[in-house]
Ligand binder design. Structure first.
Ligand SMILES: *[C@@H]1O[C@H](CO)[C@@H](O)[C@H](O)[C@H]1NC(C)=O
Ligand SMILES: *[C@@H]1O[C@H](CO)[C@@H](O)[C@H](O)[C@H]1NC(C)=O
Length: 220
């Protein structure tokens, strides 16, 4: 009897933890909480300005109207994000928008967002997108303008422009005001301080020379 109770408690605890980890950002307690970004914030989000000072401009941004610089990386991509600095009305709303620009054959490399799912719509170009689930199965699609695709929270994904000549553009929505992004290759090979070579050699079944070459290629 005691044993059963124990297992039940364990199951309930596990369920609570699992449900907890899939929750989006917490709900706001106000209509809005225009981010006060004047001071650094050490709380979970940013404090609000006095709501009497809220203005329409706090709810608008042109940050996604222009492409970013796709030449800043050899992969030929750029991602521009709304955040509480360029769109302070977004604070506590639990969302972010992103503009993704890709050169011909440009790639947003394997990455994941620890705090958000993402839905993307292809506006221009031909996008090969995909994510890998936790059973290591790849879900992949080819998107043409108007097509959308969902990348579930935390799963590794990519976007690749298959056009040989033209650029591609996509807009994404993410369900956190701070989705975070972790690039798989960059995290593994260029972290500071470095992950020990022995760990990388074993993890990827490669030699020390391979480790050095990949580090160098990734600018680490
Ligand atoms: C918001 O993004 C801009 C670049 O568009 C960056 O300079 C700024 O530091 C970001 N703010 C936050 C709070 O991440
Ligand atoms: C991943 O996808 C494969 C193929 O649909 C499926 O068999 C597997 O159960 C999925 N894993 C999870 C954890 O959803």
């Amino acid at each position: 009897m005691r044993k059963t109770n124990h297992s039940l408690l364990h199951l309930l605890l596990t369920l609570t933890l699992l449900l907890g980890s899939t929750k989006p950002d917490p709900d706001p307690l106000q209509d809005y909480c225009i981010a006060d970004t004047a001071e650094p914030s050490y709380m979970n989000g940013a404090p609000c300005i006095n709501p009497n000072f809220a203005a329409p401009s706090h709810f608008t941004t042109s940050v996604l109207s222009e492409p970013g610089n796709t030449k800043a990386t050899p992969l030929g991509f750029s991602v521009k994000l709304t955040n509480i600095t360029n769109l302070p009305g977004l604070n506590t709303m639990g969302m972010t928008m992103a503009r993704v620009d890709l050169d011909a054959h440009g790639l947003v490399p394997l990455h994941s967002h620890p705090r958000a799912s993402e839905v993307t719509i292809c506006l221009q170009g031909t996008l090969l997108v995909g994510f890998v689930n936790t059973s290591n199965y790849l879900f992949t699609q080819r998107l043409r303008p108007g097509d959308s695709f969902v990348f579930p929270k935390g799963l590794i994904h990519f976007l690749y422009n298959e056009e040989t000549m033209g650029p591609a553009v996509a807009m994404s929505g993410l369900n956190s005001q701070n989705p975070g992004a972790q690039l798989s290759a960059v995290a593994a090979f260029t972290s500071k301080p470095s992950i020990p070579d022995e760990v990388l050699k074993k993890s990827f079944q490669i030699t020390g020379q391979d480790v050095m070459r990949i580090r160098k290629n990734l600018g680490g």
